[in-house]
Design a protein around this ligand. Structure first.
Ligand code: FAD
Length: 416
């Protein structure tokens, strides 16, 4: 039977960081990855450019899912430390709009290669195509894992199997099963950072239309649940783009509770309704002899005009100077509050990140150690922590891996 002091399950962001850090502290580490290569999800992250962290000063507030749990790990390994780590391993980084940090090369593969080199230099033993099937315990303590290639013994196991989105990258939710088998509670995994489906079919006419500087807000009954300012996109099934992805977590949770959720899009958030009305009056004066359908070119993107004209209920052929005050008010409302009924999210498999996971109350935030089983550690997306878009999820995975690797090494090295 193979053995190591520490076995790390899963070679993604968290697992590679955990394995390398543990080995640097002098532990004999075996990293088991079920796919044919390491870091498949990193390689596709950030549209192939890998948005590996964010320059934000207050990182914690960008994690709607249990941000406070990360307090300790992010104090030790924050965005500055992460950039320093990658600089030391040959990956220079740059910051873009919204504080998003990318490799200067704009190539996610350099991040994977740097991590692979870090593992080699640290002396981590790696086995690819080696899925772990079960985490083994003896008298409440970790004793190893069972894999497709037989049993492997270890005094500590760090589970870094990721979430359950994009299963083609290897993260198929195995860690949730391990957690339940080991007596941990798992908060129901659900999609976060995922496009939204809408009841309105006219969205398909706008497929590909991207709106910048709009404000989207989610409403449930008369209550505003959340709102975001920035960029969104229409798709054939509904809406997507950065601000929609950020809102999707709240929308998904409300839908799951059986609530009716509406999305209001303010196409001109810099203007009040009165200012939009004045603007329309000016435009209508300028185009007073044109047909209504040809009068909105200065106000709205071209492809949106036919939809807004139809939703306004105003005859498209009507000459502009004949438009009544009432009709104009309806138009103002559409511009300030274009409303869509949200009927669902796209499935978990298509989400950028999984919300839910191993219950954080059962993990020591200072060490990432299980409070249930001695020698068991959790790190990365498998834990019930999730962030918004902008590099926060990789930052969290690297930081949790960093802490778990060091803590596990302290445990096993001290025991020798
Ligand atoms: C399309 C896309 C783009 C993204 N872009 C960004 C971005 O730009 N910035 C950002 O911050 N976040 C981004 N994310 C999210 C981010 O990639 C993840 O949150 C992060 O990779 C999680 O790291 P992890 O190590 O916990 O899990 P993963 O990276 O998913 O790694 C888990 C690893 O465990 C392995 N594994 C699973 N089960 C087993 C088993 N039983 N035995 C052995 N190995 C196993 C898997 O094969 C995988 O290699 C993106 C996600 C997606 C899907």
């Amino acid at each position: 039977m193979d053995s190591a002091q520490i076995i790390v399950v899963g070679g993604g962001a968290a697992g590679m960081m955990a394995a390398g850090q543990a080995a640097r502290q002098g532990a004999h580490v075996l990293l088991l990855e079920k796919m044919e290569r390491l870091g498949k999800k990193i390689a596709i992250s950030g549209k192939g450019r890998c948005n590996l962290t964010n320059e934000a000063i207050d990182l914690i507030k960008h994690y709607p899912g249990n941000g406070r749990f990360l307090h300790s790990v992010l104090r030790e390994f924050d965005n500055v430390e992460l950039r320093r780590f990658f600089a030391e391993h040959g990956v220079a980084t740059k910051a873009e709009r919204g504080g998003r940090v990318f490799p200067v090369s704009d190539d996610a593969e350099v991040v994977v290669k740097a991590m692979e080199q870090f593992l080699r230099q640290s002396g981590v033993q790696i086995e690819l195509k080696c899925p772990v099937e079960q985490v083994l315990t003896h008298e409440g303590k970790i004793c190893g894992v069972h894999t497709a290639r037989g049993r492997k013994a270890a005094a500590a196991v760090i589970v870094c199997t990721g979430g359950a989105s994009y299963p083609g990258t290897g993260s198929t939710g195995d860690g949730y099963r391990f957690a339940r088998e080991l007596g941990h509670q798992v908060v129901t995994p659900r999609p976060s950072l995922v496009p939204l489906r809408t009841a309105e079919t006219w969205v398909s006419e706008l497929q590909g239309l991207s709106l910048r500087n709009v404000e989207a807000s989610l409403w449930c009954g008369g209550r505003k649940l959340a709102s975001e300012f920035g960029e969104m996109l229409f798709t054939h099934f509904g809406v997507s783009g950065p601000i929609i992805l950020t809102l999707s977590r709240v929308a998904g949770d409300a839908l799951q509770q059986g609530e009716q959720v509406a999305l209001h899009i303010d196409l001109k958030p810099a203007l009040t309704a009165e200012q939009v009305d004045l603007r329309l009056q000016r435009d209508f004066q300028q185009f007073s002899n044109k047909q209504f359908k040809n009068s909105l070119n200065d106000l709205l993107p071209q492809s949106l005009i036919p939809v807004v004209v139809r939703l306004s209920g105003i005859n498209p052929e009507q000459v502009v100077h004949q438009i009544t005050r009432e009709e104009r008010k309806r138009l103002v409302k559409l511009v300030k509050e274009l409303t869509l009924a949200v009927v669902g999210t796209l499935p978990l498999a298509t989400a950028i990140v999984t919300a839910g996971g191993v219950e954080v109350k059962e993990i020591d935030p200072k060490t990432m150690a299980s409070r249930r089983i001695q020698g068991l550690y959790w790190a990365g997306e498998v834990v019930d922590v999730d962030g918004v878009t902008g590099g926060y999820n990789l930052q969290a995975a690297f930081a949790m891996g960093y802490r778990a690797g060091r803590a596990a090494a302290r445990q096993v090295v001290a025991a020798v």
